[in-house]
Unconditional design. Structure first.
Ligand SMILES: *Cc1c(COP(=O)(O)O)cnc(C)c1O
Length: 400
């Protein structure tokens, strides 16, 4: 409360921070650099041994039987959706509160995304809303562990079982999360991860699909390699030139350079998760003194991976809109963000009438109120206190 009377930076006052704090940032150390350099000097820059090494380590971390790497999280989602084998006109139910790639992967495969509304307090897809949207054309559910909190998997897997649906879990926010005591990655039919620099570990660009189904793992391996049934190194090992293309696939391979970086990053995952949880806990405490901000609810029997720390503004306690508060915090040097514009609001989706605006009231109301606070393992205690100070400063100006 020290700065209660301080003039806001947006009104010409001194900002809390002169160097802006981003909302997310990668952590790279000397071991990462050495791991990359070692691969640069080796025989294999791509299709080499580091890929399998990374996949094996990733499968162990997530408790899945198989892990298949991809060139991005989006390519991983595309692979997962392709593995479902949608027939024209079939549908998959998904959430509007996500990055658009979650729904786009269905369009790549000729399937129609059908949006089901979220629970207002967690912003996770509501299993009851899923049930309302199931038709004879529904083949799959694409659910998102939004912010790093696992969805209600027990209920969702039950619904899927009852209706014969495949569950794709978009866990791009949730590496290291647990549901019912088990790590995210081995629970759904197919689980997709991203290694974009803002995510839990990074390979620059990169992604992974985990599954316990051997047939699906083989499909995924072919899909990322042009639909060809062997890779370059396998042929070298066998001393053979022969290969066959059996499906239509893509070049969605992760390189050995990226896999070496991923392996090195994965070793630090536990420490980073602990730090993310520590920062989230600090924000939880700070919010007890800031009634105009409400953290998302966290359900029991799970371990949150805190990719994001999202607050909802209590608009009736505020004299300014979300966008004014956003701008005021940015002016203080705090890299707040908004996750996400509901997918059905994007012009591409609007023009094609996937869901009329107004048809997903909880997602739409939430969108007007959400803000993501900076959260990444490399944040110092001072960075954290700057966020709390800026929240007090800005909200004391705009609270009723
Ligand atoms: C990051 C992200 C993706 C896409 O991953 P890329 O690696 O950027 O392609 C998909 N879904 C969600 C929920 C994400 O956060």
């Amino acid at each position: 409360m020290l700065t209660r009377t301080a003039k806001l930076a947006i009104k010409g006052g001194t900002p809390v921070r002169s160097v802006p704090l981003p909302y997310a940032r990668q952590s790279i150390d000397d071991e990462d650099v050495s791991a990359l350099v070692e691969v640069l000097r080796s025989d294999w820059l791509t299709t080499g041994p580091k890929i399998e090494e990374f996949e094996t380590a990733f499968a162990a971390t997530t408790g899945a039987t198989y892990a298949v790497s991809f060139s991005s999280g989006t390519a991983a989602l595309h692979g997962a959706a392709a593995a479902v084998g949608f027939r024209p006109g079939e549908e998959a139910i998904t959430t509007p509160i996500t990055f658009c790639a979650t729904a786009n992967c269905l369009l790549y495969c000729g399937a129609r995304p059908v949006f089901a509304d979220v629970e207002f307090d967690t912003l996770l897809i509501n299993p009851k809303e899923i049930e309302h949207k199931i038709t004879s054309q529904t083949r799959a559910l694409v659910v998102v562990d939004y912010a790093g909190q696992p969805v209600a998997l027990r209920e969702i897997l039950e619904i899927a079982e009852k209706h014969g649906l495949t569950v794709i879990e978009d866990a791009c926010h949730a590496l290291g999360a647990k549901a019912h005591g088990r790590p995210v990655g081995g629970l759904s039919t197919l689980t997709a991860f991203s290694f974009h620099p803002v995510k839990h570990i990074t390979t620059g660009e990169g992604g992974m699909v985990t599954t316990n189904d051997r047939g699906l793992a083989e499909k995924l391996r072919r899909f990322r390699n042009h639909g060809i049934n062997s890779d370059h190194r396998q042929r070298e090992t066998r001393g053979s030139w022969f290969y066959e293309m059996v499906d239509l696939g893509y070049n969605y391979r992760l390189t050995d350079l990226q896999s070496a970086l991923g392996l090195s990053q994965l070793r630090r995952l536990d420490g980073w998760l602990a730090r993310r949880r520590e920062i989230a806990h600090r924000y939880d405490l700070a919010l007890q003194d800031l009634p105009a901000l409400r953290p998302l609810a966290v359900r029991s029997d799970l371990e949150h991976a805190y990719h994001l720390y999202v607050v909802q503004l209590e608009n009736n306690q505020l004299t300014a809109s979300r966008s004014e508060i956003f701008s005021a915090l940015r002016a203080e040097g705090i890299g707040v963000n908004v996750h996400y514009i509901p997918v059905h609001y994007h012009p591409f989706y609007r023009e094609r009438n996937f869901a009329p605006v107004g048809s997903l009231p909880r997602s739409e109301a939430a969108y007007e109120r959400i803000l993501s606070l900076p959260l990444f393992p490399g944040m110092s205690d001072k960075d954290m206190e700057d966020v709390v100070e800026a929240l007090h400063k800005v909200l004391s100006e705009f609270s009723r």
